[in-house]
Design a binder for this molecule. Structure first.
Ligand SMILES: [Zn+2]
Ligand SMILES: [Zn+2]
Length: 290
């Protein structure tokens, strides 16, 4: 179906990560043609808690598109074309810190880009764009999400944290994981970059709700001290350190719990978003174009 101009509009966009989904009322499913090729899937557009929203499942129907094959430009361009002014982007991540336990949510405020082969700009020549990424995530949206999240029973949520974005689809070596910790990373994932910078180039408020589903490979287990950095001997007590066994059932359980909490946080936050508000994100191109 071709999008007729002005037929479908939404101010809020959601790029749903692994396990993220919402029920939309008066839903229509539309295809948006972009100069960059196909979006991850057709876009679901309709009402959610009194607001018009547009939803794209980031990895496509049935979770078939791996992170390194995502068409980030098509997704962000399509949402911009629909009139979206705020993008909420949930992302399942691994933890780089003991204090970021499974099930915790982090409202990302910084990233470190370790991707290698992704196109991360709409400006490929002619007009040149050097956009600021000093504070890449929208603090207005992060504040709203934080207020919602801290009132959800049993949810551990933190405002601010550094997302190390790797190319994938492989996971890290232990040396890489230890290095990312030294760099100050809090969590590790494969999708916030370049979504975040493309949203900035379209002057859209953008936030990333990182939902922690596992500990990355830096972690080991000491019988005496619990989770410690993996090494032959525990850095605290010298006992031997075991690998942290991955329990698939436990991972699935955590992801299910995260999906429920994500649904709750969206239900509380989305009605509160003032889409007419003039945010500094809407002026991000000022002084960026040559
Ligand atoms: Zn903003
Ligand atoms: Zn120990």
């Amino acid at each position: 179906m071709k999008l007729k101009k002005n037929e479908h509009k939404a101010k809020i966009g959601i790029i749903g990560g692994t396990g993220a989904n919402i029920e939309i009322e008066n839903e229509e499913i539309i295809k948006v043609y972009t100069p960059y090729g196909q979006t991850s899937d057709n876009i679901r557009i309709g009402d959610f808690k009194g607001k018009k929203v547009a939803f794209i499942p980031r990895h496509g129907k049935g979770h078939v598109i791996p992170p390194h094959k995502l068409n980030f430009r098509a997704n962000v361009w399509a949402l911009s074309e629909l009139g979206v002014r705020c993008i909420i982007s949930p992302s399942a991540v691994g933890s780089l810190r003991k204090e970021h336990e499974k099930g915790k949510f982090i409202l990302v405020d910084q990233y470190i880009d370790r991707t290698k082969k992704r196109i991360d700009t709409f400006y490929e020549g002619g007009q040149v764009c050097h956009i600021s990424q000093e504070d890449p995530y929208c603090s207005y949206l992060n504040n709203l999400l934080y207020e919602a999240g801290r009132n959800i029973n049993g949810l551990n949520i933190q405002k601010g944290g550094t997302y190390v974005c790797i190319e994938g689809p492989r996971f890290s070596t232990r040396s890489e994981s230890l290095m990312f910790r030294k760099w100050g990373g809090d969590i590790i994932g494969m999708t916030t970059y370049p979504e975040v910078v493309l949203a900035a180039e379209k002057q859209i408020c953008y936030c990333c709700i990182a939902t922690i589903s596992d500990l990355d490979v830096w972690a080991g287990y000491c019988e005496n001290c619990g989770i410690v950095e993996f090494a032959e001997a525990c850095e605290n007590c010298g006992r031997s350190v075991k690998k942290v066994a991955v329990d698939v059932d436990e991972v699935l359980e955590t992801m299910e719990e995260n999906a429920k909490n994500l649904q709750k946080i969206l239900e509380i936050t989305i009605p509160k978003i003032d889409t007419e508000r003039d945010c500094e994100c809407h002026h991000s191109l000022k002084g960026s174009l040559l």
